[in-house]
Design a protein around this ligand. Structure first.
Ligand SMILES: [Zn+2]
Length: 463
């Protein structure tokens, strides 16, 4: 028997703070059953499935290593081992490896004018930023993926702080249920493409920042083009698969990647330095999109989104200004109920399919073969109607005029019309939002087949 420490985070301890339990056990399985006896039935139900196996969103670490890389539940324990158990807070991502070798030109806009000195004076005063840091911010290129709940506070702060170039990526349109937490948008923006509405607003926040709206759905097919050439990528997504794709693209191009997830009253943040620290797949190797709870069923507190988004900005600014980010190999776990902030030690895994020794190739070999269209079901919208996104596997440019013509001839009314996308609704309240990148969100389709056929009628060229 080995003497080990088993750490139960506050969230699995009914909010009564982190609990450390010293036990003697010879395997992880053994440790688990002893801790479950100690913690009670509620704990057992949250952590284990009906077969007594840990649920897919539960991650167990032995000395910072996810047990899925080791021997699973039969992993033997040794004296002094520390076991940590953690449910993932929404989230997911896979892929490849080479440097861009691109030179970063020192741009003129890094030079600060008198107005700039006034605008940014309160951050230039900070020892951590100063003049030099400010010039670095002014020439930095940051890509924020997702301008929803987490993305809103991130892009607002980065723009106001005077980042050089900001690319914002999102495939969605603004809905009324977004407005309690996504404060860039107003009632007038409902139905508009998020990146278009956000870009307009951000340009008013700080006209000196170059804002590039990209209305594209993130997948393993699009992730490379999204991240290439950027200094930092910030994850503000709500999908596991899209996150894995971003993680892999960032590993491939050696771009620092700041991850976050948030749901309910919980949030987590981690900073990934490719090749140097644990990546998302080292930390969460086997998340399954279908098992993840979502904001539409669990709700989310706006405050937790501001907390995680702000911490991501602070990590990104540290990287840009040449300081060591704090959350490298550490997963920060925030519980707003307790107002607890726990940092959990993580480590890079040789077996990781993305950043490990055998990495990249395995992940690359999979996929890419099939699917001209990628279809995903989203959380139900408009009082629970089934909702789908349909995205061309190859990046495409769609003629929005054709889409509008088709929509009108099918009896739809075009509700919003922008340069980057449109939303049209028919008398049966079937709602279709089309992006110029060819992605569409269809609210009210009966099933996947129905969503695809609606998609096809919209893009069909009737000339
Ligand atoms: Zn990894």
């Amino acid at each position: 028997m080995a003497k080990v420490e088993f750490v139960v985070p506050s969230v699995l301890n009914k909010g009564n703070g982190e609990k450390k339990i010293s036990i003697e056990a010879d395997s992880l399985q053994d440790a688990f059953s002893k801790v479950s006896d100690n913690m009670g039935e509620d704990f057992r139900r949250k952590v284990l499935d009906l077969n007594g196996k840990p649920r897919s969103l539960i991650n167990i670490y032995i000395n910072g290593k996810n047990m899925r890389f080791g021997g699973g539940m039969s992993t033997p324990l040794h004296d002094g081992d520390s076991i940590y158990i953690l449910p993932a807070v929404a989230g997911g991502a896979p892929s490849a490896a080479e440097e861009t070798g691109e030179e970063k030109p020192v741009e003129d806009k890094a030079r600060l004018t008198g107005d700039d000195l006034q605008r940014y004076s309160r951050q230039i005063m900070l020892e951590e930023i100063g003049f030099e840091g400010m010039e670095k911010l002014r020439s930095a290129k940051v890509c924020v993926v997702g301008v929803g709940g987490i993305g809103n506070p991130i892009v607002t702060q980065l723009t106001a702080m005077g980042i050089g170039k900001l690319r914002i990526v999102d495939r969605d349109v603004v809905e009324i249920s977004n407005l309690h937490r996504q404060h860039l948008y107003t009632d007038e923006d409902i139905g508009r493409v998020k990146v278009e509405a956000a870009a307009e607003r951000l340009r008013r926040v700080n006209p000196a920042v170059e804002i590039e709206p990209v209305p594209v759905s993130v997948s393993k097919y699009t992730a490379d083009e999204i991240v290439k050439g950027f200094d930092i990528v910030i994850d503000a997504l709500d999908s596991v698969d899209a996150r894995y794709a971003l993680n892999d693209a960032c590993i491939k191009y050696s771009i620092p990647f700041v991850y976050a997830g948030a749901l309910g009253m919980l949030g987590s943040v981690c900073t990934i330095l490719p090749g140097k620290s644990a990546c998302l797949r080292c930390i969460f190797p086997a998340l399954n999109e279908d098992d993840m709870p979502t904001c539409s069923t669990e709700g989310v507190h706006p405050s937790v989104l501001y907390l995680v988004g702000s911490i991501q900005v602070s990590e990104a600014v540290k990287i840009i200004t040449g300081q060591q980010p704090t959350l490298v190999n550490k997963l920060l776990y925030i519980d707003l109920n307790e107002l607890s902030f726990e940092k959990i030690q993580m480590s890079r895994q040789q077996e990781c399919p993305s950043c490990g020794v055998s990495g990249g190739k395995e992940a690359e070999g999979k996929g890419l073969a099939v699917a001209q269209l990628i279809i995903e079901e989203l959380c139900g919208r408009d009082r629970g109607k089934r909702t789908w996104t349909v995205t061309p596997a190859e990046p495409a440019t769609i003629n929005l005029n054709t889409v509008i013509r088709n929509a009108e001839s099918l009896g739809y009314q075009v509700k919003t019309r922008g340069n980057l996308g449109i939303t049209a609704v028919n008398p049966n309240r079937l709602s279709v939002s089309f992006l110029s990148s060819g992605s569409a969100t269809i609210v009210g389709a009966k099933d996947e087949q129905d969503a695809v056929s609606i998609y096809n009628t919209f893009v069909k060229d009737r000339n």
